[in-house]
Design a protein around this ligand. Structure first.
Ligand code: GLU
Length: 556
């Protein structure tokens, strides 16, 4: 007997879910308070699966969702989609919640960084909501919108092979959906025999029909409607993502579903589910993934397996300032961020208004050089003390030897970090905290080599260093220091500046820069360092003399 009327559907629902009282769904809905939010407030959520890995693309989606919620005075939820028990990894929820916490992405509801739960619309772990999925599925079955399917894998395989042979669309739909009109009596019999089943939606869609769909990132789209009787409840009693997220987003009153665009093709099914339940359909924003150009020149998604930078741990380990990664992600999210930052140099990045319609449609290209630039700008705006504290915090997790030095030489280290940090021209040599040690290494250990540039002879180098030792005083102001330094260069036959040198190159042994180069290499062993005068002030007169003497000795 075919299931042709509503009474039959109600019977079917009772047979499938005998433990759920009639009217339970309505009761739950009635008990769920409408959110009291200002006009235009968005309720968004980040809904990761706990797979033991926080993908930078996840942080990107979470950041956009959090910003959209908070800039509209709405609510941001962290919901854990843990219905696939095979993929779940121990400790994964902590990795997600604390990872987001380090990025300053704080949920108002759901799982918090200390793993407690907040909010009146929970629980926020899907595995703790299994009864809710059943309650509302009973309701959907009773409305004639879903039914049990007892097909075995073999039967489904045979159907697919037949479809392929006949060159028709594959899947479980229309006339191929064998059990879509199964009678309540047959279901009762099969259940009595202990047969396993899944529950499928009874799709109303037909092949070829279109759905006008407005996506807040991708714009107005014409998508094929859903015509597949997709699985909503698996044979193990767990819901599929399709069903679980509909129930959750309806009950949590999500207004904006912001998620990866791999879900765009399932959106028509989701719209159908909301419609079948008579629920308000949320607005959708399908964001393009973060992509990279790989070694072969192909553009592809950042891959969890191939790209270390896909995992947020990478940024923590390398010591990128979190605010830099956040700014970089905002840059990827909205290309006008850069202009905004230029005009609002000191404003916190939360002041930037994220717009979904300004997002990349095809994929935001990840670029390390750009990330480093953003980061160097941010570090350049920090005080020496802030840099010191951040480097120390990073070193505590990654470089215990450096920690000892930093703790023992706290004042000295801050003086070093303060070089070129107060004036107009700020140093931009640190992009990540793991760069710090190398960038100040020569303050920790004096150079052991003295390699002269070919531009200056050993005799001139000796004369320069001896003269510096004689006349330079690190206590001098920058102006006095420069005047003295220029005078000694001229006295030794070098041009006082590049312009003078260029007017008559043969008249000079070289430029002021060459003289500075000798001193720089003698003091640091490097050709590229911050301002000499400021460095010498930090070294102090004794250290300057000691290093110059050692360099002279190396000249033989
Ligand atoms: N659990 C889904 C995922 O990790 C969530 C997608 C969504 O935001 O709805 O992709």
């Amino acid at each position: 007997m075919a299931n042709t009327n509503l009474d039959e559907s109600v019977q079917l629902a009772d047979i499938l879910f005998p433990d759920i009282p009639v009217g339970r769904a309505a009761e739950i809905l009635a008990a769920s308070k409408p959110r009291a939010l200002p006009e235009g407030a968005c309720v968004t959520r980040f809904a990761p699966s706990p797979t033991g890995f926080l993908h930078i693309g996840g942080v990107y989606a979470a950041l956009i969702s959090e910003r959209i919620a908070h800039q509209t005075k709405g609510v941001f939820i962290l919901r854990i989609e843990d219905t696939d028990k095979q993929r779940e990894v121990e400790g994964a929820i902590k990795i997600i919640a604390q990872g987001l916490g380090r990025f300053g992405i704080s949920p108002d509801e759901g799982v918090l960084p200390d793993l407690s739960e907040a909010g009146a619309y929970g629980p926020y772990l899907q595995s703790e909501r299994l009864d809710l999925y059943r309650v509302f599925l009973k309701e959907l079955v009773a409305r004639g919108g879903a039914y049990p399917c007892f097909c075995s894998t073999e039967e489904l395989d045979i159907a697919r092979e037949t479809q392929e042979l006949q060159k028709v669309k594959t899947g479980y739909y229309g006339r191929w959906a064998k059990h879509r009109n199964i009678s309540a009596a047959e279901v009762a019999e099969r259940l009595a025999r202990g047969e396993t089943y899944v529950v499928r939606v009874k799709s109303r869609g037909a092949d070829g029909e279109k759905l006008q769909f407005t996506d807040l990132v991708k714009g107005s789209l014409s998508l094929s409607v859903n015509d597949q009787d997709s699985i909503l409840l698996k044979s193990d009693g767990y819901p599929t993502y399709h069903w679980a997220h509909c129930v959750d987003d309806a009950l949590m009153q999500t207004t904006h579903v912001i998620r990866g665009d791999e879900w765009l093709s399932s959106a028509p099914l989701h719209v159908e589910l909301f419609e079948l339940m008579g629920w308000t359909i949320p607005q959708y924003a399908h964001i393009a993934p973060i992509v990279k150009i790989d070694e072969t020149g192909t553009k592809r998604k950042l891959s969890k397996r191939k790209d270390p930078e896909a995992n947020v741990e990478f940024y923590f380990k390398e010591g990128y300032p979190i605010s830099a990664v956040t700014e970089y992600l905002l840059n990827l999210a909205n290309s006008n961020f850069e202009d905004w930052r230029r005009e609002n140099q000191n404003a916190p990045s939360e002041k930037f208004v994220v717009r979904l319609d300004k997002g990349s449609v095809s994929g935001a290209l990840f670029d390390f050089v750009k990330l480093a630039d953003v980061s160097k700008e941010i570090v350049a705006r920090m005080t020496a003390n802030e840099v010191y504290s951040a480097v120390l915090a990073w070193a505590r997790e990654n470089d215990s030897e450096f920690v000892l030095w930093l703790e023992k030489n706290s004042d000295y280290a801050q003086k070093i970090f303060n070089i070129e940090r107060e004036g107009e021209k700020r140093r931009k040599d640190i992009a990540k905290w793991s760069d710090a040690r190398n960038s100040i290494e020569y303050f920790i250990t004096a150079p052991t080599e003295f390699v002269l540039s070919e531009k200056v002879s050993a005799a001139d180098a000796r004369a320069i260093l001896e003269k510096v030792s004689e006349v330079i005083n690190v206590e001098d102001t920058a102006d006095v220091w420069l005047t003295k330094f220029r005078a000694l260069a001229v006295e030794l036959g070098f041009a006082p500046d590049t312009k003078t040198f260029k007017t008559n190159p043969t008249a000079f042994k070289g430029t002021l820069g060459d003289v500075a180069g000798v001193l720089r290499v003698a003091l640091t062993g490097r050709t590229n360092t911050p301002d000499l005068h400021q460095m010498m002030q930090v070294f102090g007169m004794d250290e300057v003399h000691a290093r110059i003497d050692r360099a002279i000795a190396k000249l033989g």
